[in-house]
Design a protein around this ligand. Structure first.
Ligand SMILES: Nc1nc2c(c(=O)[nH]1)N=C([C@H](O)[C@@H](O)CO)CN2
Length: 119
C-alpha cells in the first residue's frame, strides 16, 4: 500500500487536563501517514486519483480549531477516525506532540494506528 505523509503540521488547539490548558490554546505538532486507497495516480499522474495532502491539512486544522479534548489520546483518535472517513483511507497513523510542555523534556506525545495496512 502506498502512503501519503505529512510531518510537522503545527496548529493551535485547546488540549490538556489542567485548568490553564482549558483556557489558552497551545501549539501542537501532528504527524500523519495515510494509506492511499489506490495506486492509480502513479500511472495516471492525476491528482484526482489520489489523496490531495493540502486537503488533509485543511481538514486537520479545522478539527484542531473546533474540537477540544483533555487527552492527546482522545485527540489522536478523533483525528484518525475523521480522516479515515473523509479520505476513505484503509490505514492511518496519527501522532500528536506537545512541545516543551514538561520541564527539560523536548517533546511528549501519542501515536495511534488504525485500520489495516494492505499489501
Ligand atoms: N498520556 C497522557 N499523559 C498526559 C496527558 C495526555 O494527554 N496524555 N496530558 C497531560 C497534561 O495535559 C499535560 O499537557 C501537562 O503536563 C499530562 N499527562
Amino acid at each position: 500500500m502506498d502512503i501519503i505523509y505529512l510531518h510537522g503540521v503545527k496548529a493551535r488547539t485547546l488540549i490538556g487536563v489542567y485548568d490553564w490548558e482549558r483556557v489558552a490554546p497551545q501549539v501542537v505538532e501532528v504527524d500523519l501517514e495515510l494509506g492511499i486507497p489506490s495506486a492509480r495516480a502513479c500511472q495516471t499522474d492525476d491528482l484526482a486519483d489520489t489523496i490531495n495532502y493540502a486537503d488533509v491539512v485543511d481538514r486537520l486544522r479545522a478539527v484542531l480549531a473546533e474540537q477540544h479534548f483533555l487527552l492527546l489520546e482522545r485527540l489522536a483518535e478523533y483525528i484518525a477516525q475523521d480522516l479515515m472517513g473523509a479520505f476513505s483511507t484503509p490505514w492511518i497513523r496519527v501522532s500528536v506532540t506537545k512541545l516543551g510542555i514538561l520541564h527539560e523534556v523536548g517533546r511528549v506525545g501519542v501515536t495511534v494506528e488504525r485500520g489495516h495496512r494492505g499489501g
